[in-house]
Design a protein around this ligand. Sequence first.
Ligand code: PLP
Length: 293
Amino acid sequence: MHAERFQVTPVFLNGRIVPREEARISPLDRGYLFADAIYEVIPVYRSKLFLWSEHYRRLERSLGAIGLTNPYPEHKWRGHLGTLIQQAGGGDLSVYLQVSRGAEESRDHHVPEGITPTVFAMTLPPLPPDPILEQTGARVVLLEDIRWHRCDIKSTALLANVLLRHEAGGKGASEALLVRDGWVTEGTSSNVIALRGSILTTPPDGPEILPGVTRELVLRLGASEGFTIRRERIRADQLIKADEIWLTSSRRILAPVSSVDDHPIGTGRPGPGYGRLRLAWLRHLDAFTTGAP
Ligand SMILES: Cc1ncc(COP(=O)(O)O)c(C=O)c1O
């Protein structure tokens, strides 16, 4: 059903909305050849971009970190994405956007001057609710974090993430929590929060993790629910002592973890902390969707 609807979905390419089948990008694009590109995934509820300012700030930061000029001012981005959402039928979905350095003849590692970035955006259907995840929690495994040391840049260079997720899947897990020098960094496409007593701990921002937009919201909601927030490193061998572990991401929002490397977390089922945060999230979403456009 969704596949059919989204097959005819228009996409945004370099200032124009075109049918996806007609969108053409050069094979010499540095996004394709070098993953020389930045991306964002932004949830959309009732046709409204959710946490837009936070995603936009991170986009600007990532572009700046790789020396790419932001192709549009903020109001232009909003306008283009708003049109894309409208033409895709609106409702609840996600927007994926990507800015690459652009196409250039030489395929040289040297960063060329003055080429035009390629700007692409598309809508993605919402992930269907996963009753298994919500009722029984996610099985995760610990894997060595083999990624580069600038994971704070939201770059499309995701091969390590892809391979790690594949490895986790081969072990019957839905996500891998990554470990660098004995410390937990994050998931392959999620941040991690551990609850012990009334303390929510998450690794501090830095080059080893993506500063997740959803994590910030969940921490904010957690603080207003009375939890204490700590941004501290978590030792991988201490993780299983948590009462609860949650994964956060724009696409899944909040997912409870049932086990780490087959060790049950807490009771091995989604815990009461998760229940509270889920309700807080639903209230927040309700206020957002019923609020001013
Ligand atoms: C490596 C990684 N960490 C964390 C996240 C979560 O970030 P956000 O909540 O901003 O989607 C993602 C999302 O894709 C990710 O790829």
